[in-house]
Design a protein around this ligand. Sequence first.
Ligand code: MC0
Length: 157
Amino acid sequence: MLTRIDHIGIACENLDTTVEFYRATYGFEVFHTEVNEEQGVREAMLKINDTSDGGASYLQLLEPTRADSAVGKWLAKNGEGVHHIAFGTADVDGDAAAVRDKGVRVLYDEPRTGSMGSRITFLHPKDCHGVLTELVTAAPHEGTSAPASTSPSTTEH
Ligand code: MC0
């Protein structure tokens, strides 16, 4: 069951200047940063609020680390902006299977590693009315304390 908006992913050309925009304009502070080599992104998570399911909602700012990554390709075509929306669930495997049974293309056979040690998968935007949609099961520590370093990602601070 999907129980929160886990994050909204925003593609940006320069992570540092975009982080500064969100800090100076809205007062949102960086909760976590990391590099996810598999996804080809350097990212910053800005925590917006805790949620009633024990998790939290974030803005996820994404700078591509290589031009041929999903975010790199998308940026080249569209410029900066909202790249995807992510729903949180306690059971990404079960929810991905349920969505697949409804005819929606799930992009990964098995969930992969996402922000802060989460397990993630994506649904094809063409099957979701133009919205690249991610399903996320947070790591157990998520939302309660500073997250630990995760593999294959590299936690910056
Ligand atoms: C592509 N399309 C999108 C889109 N990306 N539509 C809406 N939102 C997006 N973000 C559309 C294109 O405009 C195109 O439509 C069609 O989908 C095919 O796109 P493409 O440019 O040919 O690219 P593909 O097919 O090679 O790849 C698209 C696909 C890919 C969604 C399969 O981006 C992917 O696998 N995404 C999942 C992984 C990902 O996005 N990782 C980055 C975030 P037209 O009409 O022109 O044919 S990593 C992350 O977020 C992690 C760290 C986390 O949350 O923890």
